[in-house]
Design a protein around this ligand. Structure first.
Ligand code: IPM
Ligand code: MN
Length: 377
């Protein structure tokens, strides 16, 4: 740890991003009370709205700040009509650009249902899955696959116009993310909720796609190094049913980038919705943490959205920083935050609109900050 503590670069971004990040920083502030904060935060402007105002995706210092930070906290990026000349979303530099340039190859998305959280299905709020059955982590490859920036159009506008996206699956990219998944399965306290078995499921479409066959071959090769962990396979189409019907079977899941993008949104329904889904983009020396939901322009400025995904992102960030720097007190802070979040969720003290409640974003933040103060360090 540097003398001034961990440098955390904060990019609140667009829409509701600043609203949830503000609550995340409030909770961090509560954790640091009573002593010198083991981190210092610097906020940077950027995103689609910033682009519309300035013609730049982020402040000139943004890229260096992301590179030099010990960790990055991102809100959300994307604003209607904010598009780069090449058609990409303005603000991609903050999300896809950082994933690429800092080589954040594993997108780690925990999916856990906490007691007291409800599911909204067909407009009604109910308990569809039980907290004892939903506790898995999806590890999404984060640097290649269909996200490889090798795409374009031929014959713009003509009858014969063609659009091409290139799917790239490399040995290195696959191997490192698959190894990450097995290491995670080894490190986690428990196996799958249903049977306690430590299991890594490879989700792919290897019955059709060559890149997926390669990914699965690599999976088998890496799996051989972890004989104590059960290997498991699912074609992505079948997986979408099984995860809904039997979430308790899953422990750690690994997938290529695009499929991982889709199945993590699906899985978020099991944990109460996107309002609870956080992700850590993790590389060798860098990491960025974010709520998985987008900027939700419709709700921007209304102080209504659910900030819990950001609280979980903060928790993930502290846990990663603590683990990486062998900083046991910081890991304890992550545990403390998790306990505080769980206690607020358990008694439904902070239900925002997506949970059928009327609590505002700010009030939800206040309640978690208060729970942090009550939770002993
Ligand atoms: C996500 C998001 C991003 C992605 C978008 C905002 C580019 O959907 O983090 O899952 O596709 O990866
Ligand atoms: Mn997504």
């Amino acid at each position: 740890m540097k003398s001034a503590g961990y440098a955390i670069a904060v990019f609140a971004g667009d829409g509701t991003g600043p609203e949830v990040v503000r609550e995340g920083l409030k909770v961090l502030g509560a954790l640091a009370e009573g002593g010198p904060a083991p981190w210092h935060l610097t906020e940077y402007a950027g995103g689609g709205q910033y682009y519309q105002k300035t013609g730049r995706e982020w402040e000139p210092e943004g890229a260096a700040a992301a590179r030099d930070a010990d960790a990055i906290l991102l809100g959300a990026v994307g604003w209607p009509g904010a598009t780069l000349p090449n058609g990409d979303i303005a603000g991609r530099a903050l999300v896809l650009g950082v994933r690429e340039s800092l080589d954040l190859y594993a997108n780690v998305r925990p999916c856990r249902l906490y007691p007291g959280v409800q599911h909204r299905i067909s407009g009604a709020y109910r308990q569809v899955w039980s907290p004892e059955t939903v506790d898995l982590v999806i590890v999404r490859e984060n640097t290649e696959d269909l996200y490889t920036p090798a795409r374009g159009r031929l014959r713009r506008g003509g009858e014969t116009e063609v659009a091409i996206d290139t799917r790239v699956v490399t040995r290195k990219g696959s191997e490192r993310v698959i190894r990450f998944a097995f290491e995670l399965a080894r490190a986690r306290a428990r196996g799958a909720p249903g049977d306690g078995v430590r299991r890594v499921t490879c989700v792919d479409k290897s019955n059709v796609l060559e890149g997926c066959r390669f990914f699965r071959e690599t999976f088998d090769r890496v799996a051989a190094e972890y004989p104590e962990i059960q290997r498991d396979y699912a074609y992505v189409d079948a997986f979408t049913q099984w995860i809904v019907r039997n979430p308790e079977r899953y422990n750690v899941v690994v997938a290529t980038n695009m499929m991982g993008d889709i199945i993590t949104d699906l899985a978020a329904v099991l944990q109460g919705g996107m309002g609870f889904a956080s992700g850590g983009n993790i590389g060798e020396g860098h990491a960025m943490f974010e709520p998985v939901h987008g900027s939700a322009p419709k709700y921007a400025g209304k102080n209504q959205v659910n900030p819990f995904a950001t609280f979980f992102a903060v928790e993930q960030m502290l846990r990663w920083l603590g683990g990486r720097n062998a900083d046991a007190p910081l890991v304890r802070q992550a545990d403390r935050l998790e306990r505080a979040i769980a206690s607020v969720l358990r008694d439904g003290r902070a239900r925002t609109y997506d949970q059928g409640g009327t609590v505002s974003t700010t009030d939800a933040g206040d309640r978690v900050a208060a729970a942090v103060r009550e939770a002993p360090a």
